[in-house]
Every structure is written in structure tokens, then in C-alpha cells.
Design a protein around this ligand. Structure first.
Ligand code: CS2
Length: 491
């Protein structure tokens, strides 16, 4: 017999130790969220659920998936309910989150998403659409007008499929009916994610209607935010485990760590949720937090992903336990911190120790391949930013260079045991062509990869010393292997 699916009707029958929403879920939905992946469900949706539990109304979420109907199929039959499994060591806490109302599928019906954006109740649009969802040039941060999907949205702005297109259409509809704009809050791991989202929307809107762009510019708001919580993709085994443990089946469950942080710029153009009541840091300046988190946490994550996977590991915690990796990460952090303007009150030692514990949390079983994905979109803010600062200051950054060389080595699409894999990246065709053009010569490959301007810009390839160092690090990885290179660099 198959287990009962989680639904509102099941809430009273669940095992007592599972916490569940006690609040009224029927109030207005003030939030539309684009990109309803596991991260949103384990992060922002939980803060809004906490807010609703405090009796705040108007903050239910209507979600929109931008690509497939998978999340809608998981969540809609459950009335938007899902389980958050918070794991650390042997301790697992289960909680049913009740802040999501329903899920729309944008590609099936773009008009329905625009219609929800145009409703008077909608005051805030949050985004987790991943780096590539913004269609920005990773090097310059500008909207790529030559991107075929952006060009297609500009052709028919009333049936948009991209984030800038959907937001612009929603804002245009509000303006047409005399409503104020909603606030747009990016929750993706991009530097200056607020200003970049604003530039993308304004860049798009200017092409559609300059007067609309002027209205968005003067009336709208695009606060920046820093989000932090490690959320590995849910595996089928996790869903089976939950079912065995609790007796119900939840196709939309997510697993995460106890830690969670959200820093939000206090710049809203419409009603603002009182997020400070649920532990969110509201501030005038998010940039210091953004940079610190991107270069320390995400920089180390990407380094571990490429070096660890090349060395034959599968998971973050296993890599952290392998000889030399923890010391390598400490070295990378020293290099990153040397040029970081950390936020007021930041305690480097405590932050780094906490990161080491978080990365070593075996209960998360976080896959390196998940982090390795979309590296071309991640490298600039995670590793190249430190490299550029170090070049300016004349400082050497061997660990950061090694991590960049490991990303280069990853573009070969073949690991150290000769097993091939697919490089999951929007620029995979460009990087594969660069590797091929190098014809097995580390220097030629490094040079060709460095000339992928949308990742590296045009400054780094001019630096002959840097090209030589990256080439020799790539050569080292190719001939000696990542484990040896890491051990050598570990202090
Ligand atoms: C990770 C992030 O997949 C990745 O690229 O580095 O998702 C990371 O887990 C989060 O940013 C943690 O806040």
C-alpha cells in the first residue's frame, strides 16, 4: 500500500514531534516568488512562515516555476505544504512549512504569472533563479541583449519567459492599472544582486517603453540581499527515508542545515514585511556581507567542488576530511580575507570555524557536482574578484589560482581516472571549444579559456605572468592530480 501524501487534511494525523503551521493560511498572498527550487523552500519561505506564525498576515507566497512543471506537480497536490528536514550529525528536526499557497508554471501560461504580478495584493517579488537566470554578462554584470531568449522576449514582451521580461510585463500591467510597483528582492548569490536586477529590468524596459522604464526607475525598488543556507538537492532516498520515518509521502520535501542567515537592504517601495522580527538583518548596506559570503563560503565551495571531484570525491564532507583539503581551504580564506572589507562586527575566526563545521556536516551529504554546476557564472564573484584585488596589491594567491586552474581542468569533461562527464554550464560549448583548441597543451588551454571574455573580462589574459602561473597550475593538476597539488599547498 502506498503511503498517504502530505496534505492539509493530514496535518492533524502527523507524528507529534513534527512541528506544523498553526496559523491561518488563507490570508492575502503579498509575495510572488520566481524560481521555486529547494533553496527558496529552505530559506525565504521559512522566514515568511515564521512571520505568519507570529500572526502577521498578507505574506503568503504564490510561486512561479520558470522552466518545468516539476515543483508544481510536487507542491500543488499538497496544497503548498512541504517538510523541512533540518539535519546535523544524528539530529534531524522535521517541520511542515505553510507559507506557500500554490505554484504556477510560467512556460505553460506566462499570462497567469503576469496577472498575479499585477494584482493589488502583490507587494513583493522575491527571486531565486540562479546566476544564469538574470541573463547578465558575468564579467560586466550587464543584461545580454544578444542572448536569444532576451531577444525573443523583446519581440513579444506580452508573453515573456525570462526574468527581466516577466518582471517588466508585471510592472507594465501595474502601471497601466494605476498601481504602485512591487519591490523586487533578489535572493541569488550574485554580487550587488539588487542593483544588477534593477539594471537588467531597466535595460529590458527601456527597449519596450522608455516611459515605463522611467516610472520603474523613480517608483520601484530593488534592494540587495545576502542569503546563506546550505541546501543540497533532495534525493529520492530522502523522500523514501521521510516516508519510512513518518508514514507520509512528501514529494516536495527539502533538507538543510540548522544555520540560516538573511541580510536585506532596507529599501522597499511598497509594504515591507517586518522581517527583523524573524531574525533577518535589515541594513542600509549589504555589500560587505555579500562579498564576504561569496568569497569565503562560495569561493571555498567551488574550490572544494572542482578539486575534490577531480581527486575522486563525491561529497563536500568527504573532501573536507581528505588529507590537506581543510588546510587548503584555510589558505584560500587567508588570501580572500586579505582584500575583504568585512562587515562591522565580523569575527573572522568564528565565521571560518562555523564554515568548517558546516562543510563537515555529513548528514547533508552535499554533492560536489551540484556546486560545480554553472561554474562560468560563479567564478567571477567567488574567485576572480579575489584574484583581481590581489593583482592590484601585488599579492600572490596560490590557492585561489589553483581553484581557478581546477575549474579549467573540469572543462576537460573527463576526471583523473579517465571517466567522462557532462559539464553542466550555459557556456559549456565555449569552454569545450577552448579546451579543444589547446590540443593538450596546458599553456594553450589556459590562454584559450582566459579569452572567454564573458567569464574573465579582458584584463587577465593580458597578464603574461598570470597566464604562465595558471598554465603551470593546470599542468600540475593534469600530471600530478588534484590530491597531490592540494597536499602540497596545504600549510
Ligand atoms: C553553493 C551554494 O551550489 C553552490 O554553488 O556554493 O548553493 C551554497 O550552498 C549556498 O550559497 C550557501 O548559502
Amino acid at each position: 500500500m502506498s503511503a498517504r501524501r502530505l496534505t492539509a487534511a493530514e496535518l492533524t494525523t502527523l507524528p507529534a514531534e513534527i512541528s506544523r503551521p498553526g496559523h491561518d493560511r488563507s490570508g492575502p498572498a503579498g509575495i510572488v516568488h520566481l524560481g521555486l527550487g529547494a533553496f527558496h523552500r529552505a530559506h525565504q519561505a521559512v522566514y515568511f512562515d515564521d512571520l505568519m506564525a507570529q500572526g502577521e498576515t498578507g505574506w503568503a507566497i504564490r510561486g512561479a516555476s520558470l522552466r518545468s512543471s516539476r515543483v508544481a506537480r510536487q507542491l500543488n497536490p499538497q496544497g503548498g505544504l512541504y517538510t523541512l528536514a533540518q539535519r546535523s550529525g544524528d539530529d534531524t528536526r522535521l517541520r511542515i512549512v505553510g507559507s506557500i499557497r500554490d505554484v504556477l508554471v510560467a512556460p505553460h501560461d506566462p499570462g497567469s504569472v503576469v496577472a498575479v504580478l499585477a494584482q493589488p495584493d502583490t507587494v513583493l517579488v522575491t527571486l531565486t533563479v540562479t546566476e544564469k537566470g538574470y541573463h547578465l554578462d558575468p564579467g560586466t554584470g550587464r543584461l545580454r541583449m544578444d542572448d536569444p531568449v532576451i531577444a525573443a522576449d523583446l519581440e513579444r514582451p506580452d508573453r515573456p519567459v525570462t526574468v527581466p521580461g516577466i518582471l517588466t510585463a508585471g510592472l507594465a500591467a501595474r502601471r497601466a492599472s494605476g498601481l504602485r510597483p512591487f519591490t523586487v528582492l533578489s535572493c541569488d548569490n550574485l554580487p550587488e544582486n539588487g542593483p544588477r536586477t534593477r539594471d537588467a529590468v531597466l535595460g529590458f524596459a527601456r527597449r519596450v517603453d522608455p516611459a515605463l522604464a522611467g516610472w520603474i526607475e523613480s517608483e520601484g525598488a530593488f534592494p540587495a540581499s545576502m542569503v546563506d543556507r546550505i541546501v543540497p538537492a533532495t534525493a529520492p532516498e530522502d523522500i523514501d527515508w521521510l516516508e519510512a520515518e513518518t508514514g507520509y509521502r512528501d514529494e516536495a520535501m527539502v533538507k538543510t542545515e540548522p544555520f540560516s542567515q538573511w541580510v536585506v537592504e532596507d529599501k522597499f517601495c511598497h509594504r515591507r514585511p517586518p522581517l527583523e522580527r524573524v531574525g533577518v538583518q535589515m541594513t542600509e548596506d549589504v555589500a560587505g556581507w555579500e562579498r564576504t559570503k561569496l568569497r569565503l563560503l562560495n569561493g571555498a565551495h567551488s574550490a572544494l567542488a572542482y578539486l575534490g571531484a577531480l581527486a575522486g570525491h563525491g561529497r563536500v564532507h568527504e573532501t573536507m576530511a581528505a588529507p590537506g583539503f581543510e588546510a587548503f581551504v584555510e589558505r584560500l580564506w587567508d588570501e580572500a580575507e586579505a582584500s575583504l572589507d568585512t562587515p562591522a562586527g565580523f569575527d573572522s575566526r568564528a565565521y571560518r570555524n562555523a564554515l568548517k563545521r558546516r562543510f563537515s556536516n555529513a548528514a547533508l551529504n552535499h554533492s560536489l557536482v551540484q556546486i560545480a554546476m554553472d561554474g562560468s557564472q560563479k567564478l567571477p564573484q567567488r574567485l576572480l574578484a579575489t584574484l583581481r584585488d590581489a593583482r592590484k596589491a601585488g599579492r600572490e594567491v596560490p590557492a585561489v589560482e589553483t581553484a581557478i586552474a581546477a575549474w579549467m581542468r573540469w572543462q576537460f569533461g573527463e576526471d583523473e581516472r579517465g571517466r567522462t562527464f557532462t559539464v553542466d554550464d550555459p557556456l559549456a560549448a565555449d569552454t569545450a571549444a577552448a579546451v579543444q583548441a589547446g590540443a593538450g597543451d596546458a599553456r594553450a588551454i589556459a590562454r584559450a579559456l582566459l579569452s572567454v571574455g564573458s567569464v574573465f573580462g579582458h584584463d587577465l589574459q593580458q597578464d603574461a605572468g598570470l597566464v604562465g602561473r595558471l598554465a603551470s597550475r593546470l599542468g600540475g593538476l593534469t600530471t600530478e592530480g588534484a590530491a597531490t597539488v592540494v597536499r602540497r599547498l596545504a600549510r
